[in-house]
Ligand binder design. Structure first.
Ligand code: NAD
Length: 480
């Protein structure tokens, strides 16, 4: 296993059938967005033929893997968690270097990986169905969860180890085998997952990782006849295409996509607490979480008091190299993202606050706009950067209407100490994850995760809910 102590830049390749394919020349350099001259890895990427090899390896491994008992599959997942634990410091550093995640959050992401694997090891033992009284006298009727076969996972770069695992762990626990296609900008992180899976002794072919171009590999996966289900996380644009292609083949799919998550601040809120949580939710990791707070909707009676608290809270977040221990805001992922965000802000007018950024790297300054109309692009379009749009509401009904007046519905927050207000919001808000006096990010790994409206195709990840996606139900009747 390569570790950070190697002085040379690691060359990585796809992981198929238990082996790393390292023939050929690397064609993608994965670089540190805080310091683009720091090459994290050189990747040998595969074409559509590697999809066929990986799916072949996963298909070959499936009969033996799915025949194992739940406790036997659990043992592998516990061992995988142990391998990640051993490598956790290096893994967090690579996450910070490869995707620009502040090191404190990168450590949290690695801890989440361990929690996810341990949780689904437990779930592997709990593959329970129902006993259903039959109409035929003396019969036994019951439902059984069965795996689907080979599942394809297509993942983004922003949680480069946790998202692949929060899909792979339940898939494997339920008896499926996996082909993962990670984002092009988080290849080293994905290979680290393969290295730890191998070190944990996962049988060859059970977990495979493809490296390469999204449209080429993703497309070949969506068309492959042996892939029986696809779990996708990423942009709404690609998610819509994935859903359409899977629906045409009549295979199961889940698409978890973007957000434009609102936080509502009521006059009775603890304003300092609200300001800190809104600032952190908006700016940490440069706003590059699907659950990041990108809109703050403030009751008119409190906006003058809230604004200075919010600006102070944003100012207190350190913008610097993600490897610095107290970093809160790092760079955005690529120069393309930097240019896209800058272009979107070009004609928006003067921000109420804009921070400063280091000279080097793809940094966008933390930026706050006030008096943003609810129907403007700034309040409607996911920017995926450290940019917060503040809008004024007349009352709670108006605030909820503004929060809901958008195509997305992933996560939402309300800051209040009033129970009736909280209850009204909980019932009316259109979001998959509904939070009160908490920021829009940071949902527990054992709780269902997903959105409504344009943020999701409706199924849920994480927690026990993930089993519903990664299994099919067989209804069995045995007559005497
Ligand atoms: P993206 O859609 O560009 O890429 C996601 C994945 O799709 C990558 O692996 C990419 O290679 C692949 N891909 C790209 N084109 C493809 C094609 N034609 N066919 C098949 N696969 C293809 O998204 P991104 O920039 O990596 O991630 C950011 C987006 O992800 C944001 O919109 C964010 O909100 C969303 N996201 C959502 C969640 C959630 O759980 N809802 C979590 C994290 C990120």
């Amino acid at each position: 296993m390569q570790t950070l102590s190697d002085s040379s830049v690691p060359v990585i390749g796809p992981y198929i059938g238990g082996a790393f394919l390292l023939d050929g020349a690397p064609t993608i350099d994965s670089v540190n967005p805080a310091n683009p001259s720091d090459v994290v890895a050189r990747a040998i990427v595969g074409g559509a033929d590697t999809v066929d090899s990986a799916v072949g390896a996963a298909s070959a491994a499936h009969p033996a893997w799915s025949s194992l008992t739940g406790p036997a599959r659990a043992d592998y997942l516990y061992r995988w968690a142990g391998q990640i634990q051993e490598l956790s410091a290096e893994m967090a550093t690579i996450v910070a270097r490869e995707v620009g995640k502040p090191i404190g959050e990168a450590k949290g992401e690695v801890a989440r990986c361990i929690a996810i694997l341990n949780y689904y090891a437990g779930e592997a033992v709990r593959q329970t169905g129902d006993v259903i009284p039959g109409l035929a006298p003396g019969s036994l009727q019951y439902s059984l969860r069965v795996p689907m076969g080979v599942v394809g996972l297509i993942t983004p770069w922003n949680f480069p180890v946790a998202i692949p695992l929060w899909k792979a762990a339940p898939a494997l626990a339920c008896g499926n085998t996996v082909v993962l296609k990670p984002a092009e900008t988080s290849l080293r992180c994905a290979v680290l997952l393969a290295e730890t899976a191998k070190a944990a002794g996962l049988p060859a072919g059970v977990f495979n990782v493809l490296l390469g171009d999204g449209p080429i590999l993703g497309s070949a996966m969506l068309d492959h006849p042996s892939i029986r289900a696809v779990s996708f996380t990423g942009s709404a644009r690609v998610g819509a295409m994935v859903a359409e292609r899977c629906a045409r083949r009549n295979i199961k799919f889940q698409t978890e996509m973007g957000g434009k998550n609102p936080a509502i601040v009521m006059p009775d809120a603890n304003l300092t607490q609200a300001a800190n949580l809104v600032a952190g939710g908006a700016m940490r990791f440069a706003g590059q979480k699907c659950t990041a707070t990108s809109r703050v909707i403030v009751h008119k009676d409190v906006q003058d008091a809230f604004l200075p608290e919010l600006v102070a809270a944003i100012e207190s977040l350190k913008v610097c190299d993600p490897l610095e221990a107290d970093c809160a805001v790092g760079p955005v992922i690529t120069e393309v993202s930097l240019n896209r965000i800058q272009a979107a802000l070009k004609d928006v007018g003067k921000p109420a606050y804009q921070g400063r950024v280091p000279q080097q790297g793809f940094f966008v300054p933390p930026t706050l706009y006030t008096e943003v109309p609810g129907d403007s692009p700034l309040a409607q379009v996911e920017l995926f950067g450290p940019v917060l749009a503040m809008t004024t509401a007349e009352d709670l009904d108006h605030a909820i209407a503004l929060a809901n007046g958008i195509e997305f519905g992933l996560s939402a927050s309300l800051f209040t100490r009033d129970l009736p207000s909280a209850l009204k919001y909980v019932h009316r808000i259109e979001a998959g994850m509904v939070r009160v006096n908490a920021d829009t990010t940071g949902v527990d790994p054992h709780a269902p995760f997903g959105g409504v409206k344009g943020s999701s195709s409706g199924s849920r990840e994480q927690g026990p809910a993930a089993k519903d996606f990664y299994t099919e139900i067989k209804t069995i009747q045995i007559n005497p």
